[in-house]
Design a protein around this ligand. Structure first.
Ligand code: PGA
Length: 242
């Protein structure tokens, strides 16, 4: 079954979130698996639907004098199932690096939640044909620090930075090449199979084409998740293919 992650980012107010949830409850059935990722304060709103709950971030710290942080344990106590780690906005806007993502991923796993680890190249790296080496470094830096028995619990989101929020996507064969590379890299180095989803300007127009990618286990949706009709169409289209 495919995985659809709705990354709502920093957008809706409480009252808008309530309306959004009502519409979501009308069409999310559990197939495909939908993960809703609202801002932290709204997590508990989504506790009772046919979807799973995702956080957009987590602290690298576990407890103590870290004003403004939210720990993996806090998220687990709110019944969060998934945690997005390493999103490109964390990398570019907040200057976080792979070194920050190691404890975030380990803390998430230690609290029995699934990390969605986002990786991807920027435009310049793609133009210089560095995509696969960038991806390999982002993967190895983090996965080398994760206990082997936990590797297969991680979901990798391939999100080219230049495709996020831009309306542009790589071609199907370019996405296929990177996803195949990620799966083979993990299989060869850690002897595990791993789920890989794609993100970056997925919308109601391109979803039927993207959905043809056999080795892609699902999608992470930003802008298009904010329009509930678009989100519905994406979920419906993805359901057509097992
Ligand atoms: P987008 O965002 O769908 O707006 O490109 C995807 C993401 O940031 O995960």
């Amino acid at each position: 079954m495919k995985l659809i992650v709705l990354n709502l980012k920093l957008n809706f107010t409480l009252s808008e979130m309530v309306v959004y949830k009502k519409r979501l409850d009308e069409f999310v059935t559990g197939d495909p698996e939908v993960v809703v990722c609202p801002q932290y304060p709204y997590l508990s709103l989504f506790n009772d639907g046919n979807y799973n709950l995702g956080a957009q971030n987590v602290s690298e710290y576990t407890k103590g004098a870290f004003t403004g942080e939210v720990s993996a344990k806090d998220l687990a106590s709110l019944d969060v199932d998934y945690v997005i780690v390493g999103h490109s906005e964390r990398r570019t806007v907040f200057q976080e690096t792979d070194q920050n993502f190691i404890p975030k991923i380990i803390n998430t796993l230690n609290n029995n939640m699934t990390p969605i680890y986002c990786i991807g190249e920027n435009k310049e790296e793609r133009n210089r044909k560095k995509t696969l080496s960038v991806i390999q470094k982002q993967l190895a830096t983090v996965l080398n620090r994760v206990a082997l028995e936990n590797i297969s619990k991680i979901v990798i989101a391939y999100e080219p930075i230049w495709a996020i929020g831009s309306g542009k996507t790589p071609t199907i064969s370019e996405i296929d090449e990177v996803i195949t590379f990620i799966k083979n890299f993990v299989l060869n180095n850690y002897k595990e199979n791993i789920k890989v989803i794609y993100g970056g300007s997925v919308n109601d127009y391109n979803i039927s084409t993207l959905n043809k990618l056999d080795n892609c286990d699902g999608f992470i949706i930003g802008s298009s998740s904010l329009n509930i009709n678009e989100a519905q169409l994406i979920v419906k289209t993805t359901k057509l293919k097992k």
